[in-house]
Design a binder for this molecule. Sequence first.
Ligand code: SAH
Ligand code: SF4
Length: 342
Amino acid sequence: MEKVVLSKFSKEELIDFIVSKGEKKYKAQQIFSWIWAKNASSFDDMTDVKKEFRAFLNENCTILDSKIKLRQISKDGTIKYLIEFADGNCAETVLMRFDNRSNLSMCVSSQIGCKMGCKFCATGKNGFKRNLFAHEIISQILHAQIDTGLKITNVVFMGQGEPLDNFDNVVEALKLINKNLQISIRRITLSTCGVVPKILELSKNELLPTLAVSLHSPNHALRSEVMPIERKYDINALHDVLKIYNQQTKDRITIEYILIGGFNDTIECAKELINYLKDLKCNINLIPYNPIKGDKFKKPERNDMLRFKYLLEASGKKVTIRLERGADIDAACGQLAGRLNK
Ligand code: SAH
Ligand code: SF4
């Protein structure tokens, strides 16, 4: 018989389940806190649970149904994990530690592979396998917490996959991260390539994460060249729905813009971007392009990158250049390819 995976449950569901197996309600609450607050990796860690009940749990239940298959630690402290799920498929997840900040950010994957086919992205090149279930998304955070003994404070959906192409599971995962792991919804960022109808649906959700949008160009022709989604939902439709999302939240949207040398880093491109963003509440995150084996794009020149940044700042926007994290272990943006999947 398959074991019951306890990390799938909301607090209420877990309590009902434990009580239905004959334990007291306060014990159920203790078990909830072992799993979600105290980083228990096994039922034997749960020292205040009776031996007989632990034996029952060991026999019939499991906390997680996935495992860490590989761990790589970068010189800069970034840790990349390859998580293996029950069916043998793997996805990568990255823990980002900064020595000058107390934040601990986890970059999670939402799918095995991705259907969106962006030309500059290693995940996109590998094609699509399947969606991750909500508890499989959550498991990435729990594994990192158990492994490091630390408490994750921020979650970004910027790993493998397009989160809005796996809407129901991602919305369920947002709920578990917020309610069970007690991470404020504002500290959860969902990055999308711009699946317009799903952004609209998300804007009506009970929990509104911080939205990040992979724009990369506000020019239809240029964007179509590298992002197939632009041919389905173009930048005008995207602009309209971002205004709606802006109205629903008090937070700014993050506009992600990969700077690709000679492609979208010119003065003209900066002006077009300023115009596109002028009525949106947003910050801009410039991401220097990370070269992928065998493709034609170039890293931006440092000078062009700084020029781009100054032009945007002069328009009154807050602009950051994304630090390259974990480059030595292929954990940087767009590099997560889940190489062990066949
Ligand atoms: N599918 C979502 C989230 C995952 S990708 C999305 O596209 O937004 C996370 C970020 O990495 C996106 O902004 C994506 O455009 C960026 N990215 C992909 N490939 C990259 C590369 N080679 N160099 C730099 N950033 C890249
Ligand atoms: Fe998918 Fe995002 Fe990569 Fe595009 S950039 S292929 S949407 S993971």
